[in-house]
Write a protein that binds this ligand. Structure first.
Ligand SMILES: [Zn+2]
Length: 462
């Protein structure tokens, strides 16, 4: 007797889409029985406490958003979505695992910093989660600390090439030294790549010219800053002979540099976000410029084209949202582009947008979508033993996607405490139907049925 049977859907993996029944027991996938090739007798004997008819639907692994910020403290306030509401948004959007961040705390080792963050979110999460450990300084024993971090189940660190003013930036040869040590200890280095010197220089120019309104945000962090920083990151990775992962790539120049590096055989991986693919800098000219302030900023249509081409050619490894939600009231606390809280909500709209503008438009296949949203993030961040595929033994994290539905996105229908969506009014060609986390229904058609605290920390392994 199975707990749950999801019957007759088109089960998607990175190499196939086939009609199959998915049988679930005790939170894990027990069997996947293809409609073709499995004996009628096998299928006749199936009994489950609950059966779900998924005919005509895509049945995919729960998506992984490898870049979110829930309950992030910033400039005297905290994001509108804490871990509870953020993971509820995720679940409603078909995202069953999120990867958030742990601050690198003064006087603490990496593992101690991670433990403090994990203790803080435990009991809040409604989806499964992991963390990237921020890395802002090289302590004398940082190699040993990386080993401890890995042993504690955290498989990645994040560094910044900017935010020097708040002490986040790694200087000089520190990135290269970190890359060498991280490779030895099986830790993946992820990088926020914008060149600090360029950003500081442009800021001085804009301040001198009095061009510091929210409408100037795009200018304040130019494409050149990202492209230069990405080239420097590639240089460091090549020198260290180590893999590296660039977060939220937003420009044509940066993705071109990454494509070139990959052609030379370097392990330079990257993510981009729906907002860089679907929104452009024209938003800063509108009345709601603040609501579109995030770092890096929105770019030009030519950058969007370059990113989409890279997605189609397989140069982009994963999609993330950088979900970092603030209400319009919080956003309005800022007077200039420099003091407006940066970040937008997005985790609930990730899958609908990628499906509608990636798969339904023919830019990528459904299999490639599942590879980019499930299998690859699981592999890169050490979660593959439990996440990323619909296969026996893995967690029964499943999303049923109705690709016949047509909807218009509206912040009012979404669960984020931000209260708005940057994608307001955009059409999507699908609906996230049932979402299961380890065999339990956590969301259905935009409504959340999960439980705060039901999410588990997923240790990175391998
Ligand atoms: Zn971020």
């Amino acid at each position: 007797m199975y707990d749950l049977a999801i019957l007759g859907g088109s089960v998607v993996s990175s190499d196939s889409v086939e009609v199959a029944d998915v049988l679930i027991k005790a939170g894990a996938i027990a069997r996947v029985l293809p409609a073709e090739g499995s004996r009628r007798a096998d299928r006749a004997g199936i009994r489950a406490s609950r059966e779900v008819d998924a005919r005509g639907m895509l049945v995919m692994p729960g998506a992984i958003d490898p870049h979110v910020h829930f309950g992030l403290r910033s400039r005297g306030t905290v994001t509108a979505d804490d871990f509870a509401s953020g993971t509820a948004c995720a679940a409603a959007g078909g995202v069953t695992t999120v990867i958030d961040y742990a601050d690198h705390l003064p006087g603490m080792t990496l593992a101690q910093s991670a433990a403090i963050r994990l203790a803080e979110v435990r009991g809040q999460a409604a989806a499964d989660y992991a963390v990237h450990q921020n890395f802002i300084r090289l302590d004398a024993d940082f190699g040993e600390q990386l080993a401890q971090l890995h042993a504690a189940g955290v498989g990645s660190v994040k560094v910044f090439t900017t935010y020097k003013d708040v002490g986040y930036m790694l200087e000089g040869g520190d990135l290269e030294a970190l890359l060498r040590a991280a490779k030895r200890h099986g830790v993946l280095v992820t990088v926020h790549a914008e060149d600090d010197a360029v950003i500081v220089r442009v800021r001085r120019q804009l301040e001198a010219a009095g061009s510091v309104s929210p409408a100037d945000h795009g200018k304040s962090r130019p494409a050149e800053a990202e492209e230069q920083a990405v080239r420097e990151v590639i240089r460091a990775a090549e020198a260290a002979d180590a893999p590296v992962y660039v977060v939220h790539v937003s420009t044509r120049g940066a993705i071109k540099a990454i494509a070139e590096a990959r052609r030379r055989g370097l392990a330079v991986m990257c993510e981009t976000c729906p907002h860089y693919l679907l929104l452009d800098e024209g938003r800063y000219a509108g009345p709601n410029a603040r609501l579109f302030i995030m770092s890096p900023p929105l770019r030009t249509p030519a950058d969007q084209d370059g990113l989409w081409r890279a997605v189609t050619r397989g140069v982009v490894d994963t999609f993330s949202t950088d979900h970092c939600a603030f209400t319009p009231e919080q956003k309005a606390l800022g007077q200039s582009c420099f003091d407006t809280l940066p970040g937008i909500p997005g985790v609930q709209t990730l899958l609908p947008l990628v499906y509608s503008y990636g798969v339904a438009t023919g830019r990528i296949t459904a299999s490639r979508m599942v590879e980019m949203m499930c299998e690859t993030p699981a592999r890169l961040f050490g979660l593959s033993a439990r996440k990323g595929r619909i296969a026996p033994g893995l967690d029964a994290d499943i999303c049923i996607l109705d690709t016949t539905a047509r909807r218009t996105l509206s912040g009012a229908d979404l669960l984020s405490q931000a209260g708005y969506s940057p994608y307001e009014g955009m059409k999507v060609g699908c609906e996230v139907r049932e979402v299961y986390l380890r065999g339990r229904l956590v969301a259905s058609r935009g409504r959340f049925f999960g439980a705060r605290g039901a999410g588990e920390f997923i240790r990175a392994s391998a």
